[in-house]
Design a protein around this ligand. Structure first.
Ligand code: HPA
Length: 243
């Protein structure tokens, strides 16, 4: 069982990871955004992939999610924790969230591995998009920290790269979403197609559009990211220790 992490904005490397090797994998869907790093973290072998490349290059709608996920599978990932930065709808800046559900508002992304017309049609079950056991493991680590966290809720995957309008956020709220980000889909469904247990650890870096009486600035997002990713790194290290 090799644990893998996908790092998003603010997490292009894992401090404390003793790197052993880089897997330079070419997939049938092209090149992943970065080599898959293999190393040791707290006694466990873990894999790490920088979702947007290292340094950060691809925008959320440009990420080759299929190549990223197939590269992780080929490197031996048997469980994936995906870290992402999100806006909070009710969730507050600084919260760490382990969502239970997802709604996909993205468009035009390559969202299946099964698009070869010569192969039989496959419709994967995606009723419960995240792995129950992995979510419980995250919960148990989070409950041993003093970090602010929430277990459950719904992640809205939007197209980006722009942030939403206040009206769009009201609509997402009416739909039952708690957090909003740009990278959860198709990443989560590709993990399901590969049959790799997958869960998200989302860091709320700003109140979503219209939820605070001010403009959302990159400076504000970066300040929360900087502090919050320290907590994320601690959670990942603890997760690896118990793996
Ligand atoms: N919306 C969408 N994606 C995001 C946000 C947001 O407010 N903040 C960080 N990623």
């Amino acid at each position: 069982m090799t644990l893998a992490f996908i790092g998003g904005t603010g997490l292009t490397r894992i401090e404390g990871l003793e790197i052993r090797t880089h897997h330079d994998i070419k997939t049938r869907f092209g090149d992943p955004c970065a080599p898959v790093v293999e190393g040791e973290l707290n006694g466990a072998t873990v894999l790490f992939l920088a979702r947007h490349g290292d340094p950060h290059r691809q925008l959320p709608h440009q990420v080759n999610y299929r190549a990223n996920m197939v590269a992780l599978e080929e490197a031996g990932a048997s469980a994936i924790v995906a870290v992402n930065a999100v806006g909070g709808i009710p969730a507050a800046a600084g919260d760490l969230v382990v969502p239970e559900q997802i709604i996909d508002y993205t468009w035009g992304r390559d969202s299946t591995l099964f698009d070869d017309p010569a192969e039989p049609l496959v419709h994967v079950d995606f009723s419960w998009p995240f792995d129950v056991d992995l979510r419980q493991r995250l919960k148990s680590v989070l409950s041993r920290t003093e970090l602010p966290w929430r277990f459950g809720g719904c992640y809205a995957a939007t197209q980006g790269p722009r942030l939403e309008t206040a009206a769009e956020i009201l609509r997402l709220e009416r739909d039952g979403n708690d957090i909003v980000g740009m990278t959860g889909m198709p990443e989560a469904v590709l993990a399901r197609e590969l049959e790799i247990p997958y869960a998200m650890l989302s860091l709320v870096v700003n109140p979503a559009a219209g939820k605070a009486d001010r403009e959302i600035t990159m400076a504000e997002i970066e300040a929360v990211l900087h502090l919050g990713m320290d907590g994320v790194r601690r959670v990942l290290a603890e997760l690896a220790a118990g793996w």
